[in-house]
Design a protein around this ligand. Sequence first.
Ligand SMILES: *[C@@H]1O[C@H](CO)[C@@H](O)[C@H](O)[C@H]1NC(C)=O
Ligand SMILES: *[C@@H]1O[C@H](CO)[C@@H](O)[C@H](O)[C@H]1NC(C)=O
Ligand SMILES: *[C@@H]1O[C@H](CO)[C@@H](O)[C@H](O)[C@H]1NC(C)=O
Ligand SMILES: *[C@@H]1O[C@H](CO)[C@@H](O)[C@H](O)[C@H]1NC(C)=O
Ligand SMILES: *[C@@H]1O[C@H](CO)[C@@H](O)[C@H](O)[C@H]1NC(C)=O
Ligand SMILES: *[C@@H]1O[C@H](CO)[C@@H](O)[C@H](O)[C@H]1NC(C)=O
Ligand SMILES: *[C@@H]1O[C@H](CO)[C@@H](O)[C@H](O)[C@H]1NC(C)=O
Ligand SMILES: *[C@@H]1O[C@H](CO)[C@@H](O)[C@H](O)[C@H]1NC(C)=O
Ligand SMILES: *[C@@H]1O[C@H](CO)[C@@H](O)[C@H](O)[C@H]1NC(C)=O
Length: 510
Amino acid sequence: MKLLLIGLILTLINFANGQPKINAITQPQYGASSIITFDGDNFLTISSIKIGTSVCKLVSQTATQALCGPFSDKLTPATSKFIATLTFTTTATVTGDFKYATPQIQLYGIDYENHYFWFYGTNLAPSSNYKLAVTDTSTINLTPTPDSSASQMNFLLPISLTGGPCTFTVSDTLGFTYKTPLDTIVVSPTIQSISPSVWNATQSQVITITGIFFGNTVNVKVGGNTISNLAVTSAGAVFFDSPTGFISIKNVTIETSKQSVGTLSNAFTYNPPTISDITQVNEALEITAYDIGTDSKYIQIYINGNSTDFILSNNVIKVTVPPSINTGETNITVISDTQSVSSLFLVKPLLTNISAIPSIGGFVTIEGAFLNDCYFQIFYNESTLAKDLRDKDGNNLCDRSKKGDVVVCPTPVMPANTTFTIKAIRYTDNQNTTSVQKIAEIEGSVYFVETPSPSQTPSPTISQTPSPSQTPHSNSTDSSHDEDTPSNSNQLLPIYKFILLSFLLSFLLY
Ligand SMILES: *[C@@H]1O[C@H](CO)[C@@H](O)[C@H](O)[C@H]1NC(C)=O
Ligand SMILES: *[C@@H]1O[C@H](CO)[C@@H](O)[C@H](O)[C@H]1NC(C)=O
Ligand SMILES: *[C@@H]1O[C@H](CO)[C@@H](O)[C@H](O)[C@H]1NC(C)=O
Ligand SMILES: *[C@@H]1O[C@H](CO)[C@@H](O)[C@H](O)[C@H]1NC(C)=O
Ligand SMILES: *[C@@H]1O[C@H](CO)[C@@H](O)[C@H](O)[C@H]1NC(C)=O
Ligand SMILES: *[C@@H]1O[C@H](CO)[C@@H](O)[C@H](O)[C@H]1NC(C)=O
Ligand SMILES: *[C@@H]1O[C@H](CO)[C@@H](O)[C@H](O)[C@H]1NC(C)=O
Ligand SMILES: *[C@@H]1O[C@H](CO)[C@@H](O)[C@H](O)[C@H]1NC(C)=O
Ligand SMILES: *[C@@H]1O[C@H](CO)[C@@H](O)[C@H](O)[C@H]1NC(C)=O
């Protein structure tokens, strides 16, 4: 009866207070000390909370919510359930269970700029719980860097790793194992810079390649050619002597002992060619150029845009200039490998032969090279100008062959039995007599021709020369210039022969 009464009273109390009930337990963060929140009913008389067998310190309680913690029992793997037991002053208890949310790695990769291995995930434990084991040839253990966040862990990889397939194992100190596809990741050896990046094709230099994940470098290739004189290798730097001569493909490749390769494209260039001097030797030019290498296969020479044969000897390129070069300066272009240099050169005219001229005036035939854009002056007694062979507008009075090798000019009356000098002048800009010039001189002789009566005196100009042969459309059939041009000797030349010569010279010009 007594017992029945007590039971009734308890029932009444319970009825008055209601039954305690857990509706929800907030999920604590995996691996971190957390406050655990219980939501429910009739919590006011909680006297203690236990998680498993560990006591969780009661922080606060209301009728509907109780907080305990911080709870730091990290030993239970995230996959196991925790049983929470709430005990009330009435000695009644309620239990509930909860799990940590399962941590997951969702993305991962290598950040070659920062040399990080990183992974991104959800429900991760604080970074202090993570470890990364990386195995290239041996295993190293890494912890997250301070800039890791709640959702991303970064690990600084040593740049001395040997690039190639490496095993990556992420673990946490709580014992959770990550079933991720992390196992093998290929770490690429990465060339960051090459110094110097401008190479000398004629002289070997020590080249340093710097980068990451070179580890044991076994091979360096430049444009596919294996470097045989690989001098030193160490973490992140490889030294070698640059090969001489040009290499067309400018890729540099490094290969590790794991057969992993890293390539830097267009890794270097060569010093551009330079022209230091151009010297004319008769009809040839000797171009002294540097940084052109020694292999003529990599060299091209252009004269006024036309490809030209050449002979290379040390740093001197010898080319023959066509006699009919354009007016003004000649553009010499040297291309070595892929780079070029140009220089303008005023070719000096060459005079090789000159006919004797009659004292009464007539014509002179001049032979040589590079004469097609020259102007001519005729002197006697060394320096006395006898005639500037241009009219007052600067037009050339001489007829010139297109090939630039024969010129015929009118001559004035000259002192008999003397010598004369012809100057051939090339100007930088052709018409402009104030510009830079190159002059060639040749000496000839004036032979004595008995002065005819005044009515017959030939004029020194073409138009007044008393011969029909002056017209360019003469009916002369004589095709040989040399046979009929007067020799250099002071021989007398009958006037008819002189006329014939004029025919011939006109003919030669076309
Ligand atoms: C390259 O080396 C050659 C030979 O030693 C030298 O003459 C040349 O000046 C060098 N070029 C440069 C740009 O230093
Ligand atoms: C050089 O590098 C470029 C760009 O990476 C590549 O397309 C080319 O095939 C490479 N050449 C060689 C010979 O490796
Ligand atoms: C190049 O050569 C061709 C044929 O020899 C010639 O006709 C042309 O005028 C030349 N060009 C120059 C710029 O000299
Ligand atoms: C000389 O020729 C090169 C190649 O054809 C050209 O690039 C350069 O402009 C020329 N230089 C001059 C002054 O004409
Ligand atoms: C020079 O020209 C004359 C005729 O004008 C000729 O007889 C002689 O053979 C020429 N000399 C040379 C070296 O061409
Ligand atoms: C040329 O020189 C000679 C001797 O030196 C002299 O006799 C002659 O008069 C000079 N002729 C002229 C036109 O000056
Ligand atoms: C030039 O030489 C010729 C032959 O040697 C001679 O007949 C003539 O008188 C000379 N003329 C002069 C002006 O000296
Ligand atoms: C000739 O050259 C001079 C100096 O270089 C320049 O001042 C002048 O304008 C040029 N004349 C012509 C017609 O090109
Ligand atoms: C052509 O030349 C001959 C002598 O060589 C001459 O008799 C004739 O008149 C000339 N014909 C013309 C059209 O000039």
